[in-house]
Structure formats: structure tokens, C-alpha cells
Design a protein around this ligand. Structure first.
Ligand code: A3P
Length: 289
């Protein structure tokens, strides 16, 4: 495996994309050609915010707690990312389609805004996103390994990373916070009380599940169950795509791991950029309390 492989990037509407996952054609498809169906459910996140956790939860809800699909199909195929080279898989999904995306709002499917489709937007403490992403670059062979945590931190805080700035992503998407088709949740809320989050998601989707079905959704979407399930832990990814000797996709699954990695100076640097970029943002987020 060639870990020195340089990732090739391109810009589209000021956002960085990687040829390892995208092309102008796939991004253009998602933005301009894709036709949203009225019952589509979009699983939207900034990368490493809990996208796969939501794929597991949303598919379990779709099948009313029946976990058959979770042991049959790799998680990254259950709800494909429509702006990537996976885009054709979207057409093969049964309805309601659950479609993943990391696109910022200004590049998102134009047809969504004219449809009745719904979005679930999951957020996570960006310090933990950053650490999760740092390890992910070592796992995914196509991604360039950052020289150091410090170098990666600067790139992350400047938005010089694939899918662009976390700050712009969150601020952009939360302009929809009062839209009835938009539901936002945090990774930290899911960690704290998975069951009540599942109940809230069901309510938003208009899905009526009895207690037993809810229990099954919860049971099959815990970190432990997903980590042990080879269809959910990404171990089915070929080793020339993902170097399984470098770690696991389901790495730690906790909040606050950044504390084990940041120096005091790095944390202060992060806080100062955060305060500056989020000063005009008045939504209280769960991890901040
Ligand atoms: P860590 O690297 O901090 O462990 P994404 O799916 O957006 O790429 O996010 C991946 C992160 O979500 C990883 O974080 C992964 O462990 C975590 N994750 C996935 N499923 C989870 C679950 N059921 N419970 C807690 N964390 C989960």
C-alpha cells in the first residue's frame, strides 16, 4: 500500500473535493441533476460527525427494528453518498431512500429545496471531529497523511480540508433550523441518551414504532454492536482501500477524546478560532454546555 500517494484535489464553489471520492461530474450530478423524491431522507453531516451511526439508526427505523439488512449489506452501501462515485447506487435503493451526504448547503441538491424530502443533520464537537479525522486519514489509503497533528489542525481550522470549513458547514445548514423538514441532532446527545434520540427521530420521520421495535433499533446501533458487526465496522472494505492494520473505523466512539491529544496551546488556538468564526452564531449546541 502506497501511503505516500498524493491526494488530488479540485475546487467546486470554493469547496475542496478529492479525486479519490469525487469528480466534477459526481458533484454536478448531486447539485443539479439529482431529483429528490418526496419521501427521501437525507443523512447530512460534516465528515466524522457520526454519519455511519445515523445510517445504522435510520435503516433500522425504516425496517421497524428488523436488523436483517444490518447483517447483510456493508454499511457504506446501505445509504450511499450521492455526491461521490457511489452516486449510481442511489437509484437502487428501496423507498424511502436514505441518502448520505457531506455537502455544504450551498452545493446541495437544488431539487431538495423544491421537494418535501427531509434532512437529518448530525453535528459533533469539532475538536472530536478533528481527532477522528486525523486517525481516519491514516486508515483510508487514498487520503494524504498529514505531517503532524499541528499541520492538520491549521488546515482544519482554515477549512483547507475535503468538504471545506466545519464552521461554514454548520452555519450554512443551521439556517434551516426552523424548517419543518429539517432536524438537527448532536453526536453527544446520541451518546447521552440514544433511546430518546431514536424516539425523536421516529417522530420527525412520522414513523410509528412500538417499544419493542425502538429497543431493537437501540440495541443494534450501539457502538459495541456496530463494532462487532462486520457489515457495520467497515472491515469488508478491501485492504487496498482501507489499511486495517492502521486502526479501526469504529475507533473509540466517545466524546472528549481531543483532551488526550491537544496541547494547552493547541486547545487555546482552537478556542480562539472557534470564538471568532462562531461569534455571529446564536444556536446553543449540546456539547457546549
Ligand atoms: P471516533 O473516531 O471518534 O471513534 P463518520 O461516520 O461520520 O465517519 O464518523 C465516525 C465516528 O463516529 C467515529 O468516531 C466512530 O467511532 C463514531 N461512531 C460510529 N458509530 C458509533 C456508535 N454507534 N456510537 C458511538 N460512536 C460511533
Amino acid at each position: 500500500i502506497d501511503h505516500t500517494m498524493q491526494e488530488e484535489h479540485f475546487f467546486y464553489k470554493e469547496v475542496i473535493f478529492t479525486n479519490a471520492l469525487h469528480s466534477l461530474e459526481t458533484v454536478n450530478y448531486a447539485e443539479n441533476e439529482f431529483v429528490a423524491l418526496e419521501d427521501d431522507i437525507f443523512n447530512v453531516t460534516y465528515p466524522k460527525s457520526g454519519t455511519n451511526w445515523l445510517i445504522e439508526i435510520l435503516n433500522l427505523i425504516k425496517y421497524k427494528g428488523d436488523a436483517a439488512l444490518s447483517s447483510k449489506e456493508p454499511i457504506y452501501e446501505r445509504s450511499p453518498w450521492f455526491e461521490t462515485t457511489q452516486k449510481d447506487k442511489v437509484d437502487t435503493l428501496t423507498r424511502p431512500r436514505i441518502i448520505s451526504s457531506h455537502l455544504p448547503i450551498h452545493v446541495f441538491a437544488k431539487s431538495f429545496f423544491k421537494s418535501k424530502a427531509k434532512i437529518i443533520y448530525t453535528m459533533r464537537n469539532p475538536k472530536d471531529i478533528f481527532i477522528s479525522n486525523f486517525y481516519f486519514t491514516k486508515l483510508l489509503c487514498a487520503l494524504k497523511n498529514p505531517e503532524s497533528l499541528q499541520e492538520h489542525l491549521e488546515n482544519f481550522l482554515q477549512g483547507d480540508v475535503v468538504y471545506g470549513s466545519w464552521f461554514d458547514h454548520v452555519k450554512g445548514w443551521l439556517t434551516l433550523k426552523d424548517d419543518e423538514r429539517f432536524f438537527f441532532i448532536t453526536y453527544e446527545e446520541l451518546l447521552q441518551d440514544l433511546r430518546s434520540c431514536v424516539v425523536r427521530i421516529c417522530k420527525f420521520l412520522g414513523q410509528e414504532l412500538d417499544d419493542e421495535a425502538i429497543d431493537s433499533v437501540v440495541k443494534h446501533s450501539t457502538f459495541k454492536t456496530m463494532k462487532e458487526n462486520k457489515m457495520s465496522n467497515w472491515s469488508t472494505m478491501p485492504s487496498d482501500v482501507m489499511d486495517h492494520t492502521k486502526g479501526s473505523f469504529l475507533r473509540k466512539g466517545v466524546a472528549g477524546d481531543w483532551k488526550n491529544h491537544f496541547t494547552v496551546a493547541q486547545n487555546e488556538y482552537f478556542d480562539s478560532v472557534y470564538q471568532e468564526k462562531m461569534k455571529d452564531f446564536n444556536v446553543k449546541l449540546f456539547w457546549e454546555k
